[in-house]
Design a protein around this ligand. Structure first.
Ligand SMILES: [Zn+2]
Ligand SMILES: [Zn+2]
Length: 276
């Protein structure tokens, strides 16, 4: 019996030197239909609903992988690394936080790329628990110069673990927001930037994700969260946005900070959601 062809692992260079590797998760047609029945036109037409995991490989004179995808995508991320690196070393392996869907392939990648220096957040006190004592610890005052790309590690304003960092790249002006700004997409939208898809990302799509993953928004002081979001918008206004569970935003990123303020207000009012 002939072997089926090996599919090319899904990745693309989305901004100069930034390679986006995407794992689309379970394909859920029934949930897409349900969302469409409740008015989400973007989810209609029998399309599959994807809640993605994203990893980003940054390639300058040196290379750094930010996050590792879930264990189910171990083969995918290793194949994508082979594809993009083309025999070059992986110099750094950085994890945003030790959550399985983000850090679950750390061991596999380190076995394949023993040359990679592990990079972990400085914030938090549980490094020993996650075998991160020997990693290079980074925080808001640290810079990693990849040669052509420059990385900083701003505090994660919105997070789901104490041991956590965001990352930004200053040449392309890109902010990697990890769990914040996630949203589902449908088949046909995989690995597309938000300016490349037909539908405009709206509050409903963002709420569908955050009302589950950041359900603690229901307990927050909305005004304080809005102030924190507005401060982020001032600091990173004009930066491209590269979330771990959404699509890359290149155009009109300011709009997303406003949308997220509305998401927080809604979740604070109506509580935890859960369709995804
Ligand atoms: Zn996550
Ligand atoms: Zn997809």
């Amino acid at each position: 019996m002939p072997l089926s062809p090996i599919e090319r692992p899904p990745h693309r260079e989305v901004l100069p030197g930034i390679h986006w590797i995407q794992e689309c998760g379970r394909h859920r047609v029934a949930i897409a239909q349900d969302l469409a029945a409740h008015g989400a036109r973007w989810a209609g037409g029998g399309r599959e609903l994807h809640v993605p995991q994203n990893a980003y490989l940054l390639v300058g004179e040196r290379t750094l992988l930010f996050d590792t995808l879930s264990p189910a995508a171990g083969g995918l991320v290793l194949a994508a690394l082979d594809d993009i690196l083309g025999g070059r070393p992986l110099d750094y392996l950085a994890i945003s936080h030790p959550d399985v869907p983000h850090a679950g392939n750390t061991g596999r990648i380190r076995r394949r790329h023993p040359e990679a220096r592990l990079v972990a957040p400085r914030a938090g006190e549980t490094h020993a628990l996650y075998h991160l004592d020997d990693a290079l610890h980074v925080g808001p005052h640290d810079v990693i110069d990849l040669g052509g790309l420059t990385l900083r590690f701003p505090e994660a304003t919105f997070l789901d673990a104490a041991l956590h960092t965001w990352m930004c790249e200053e040449t392309t002006r890109t902010l990697f927001t990890v769990d914040w700004l996630g949203f589902p997409h449908v088949s046909g939208e995989c690995l597309r930037r938000t300016d490349e898809i037909e539908a405009e990302i709206d509050v409903d799509r963002l709420e569908a994700f955050h009302s589950r993953v950041m359900f603690w928004f229901q307990y927050v002081d909305v005004d304080r969260v809005r102030a924190a979001t507005d401060a982020l918008a001032r600091e990173f206004g004009g930066y491209h946005l590269a979330p771990a569970h959404g699509l890359v935003v290149r155009e009109d990123p300011e709009r997303y900070f406003q949308l997220m303020n509305e998401v927080v207000r809604r979740v604070a009012e109506s509580g935890r959601g859960g369709v995804l």
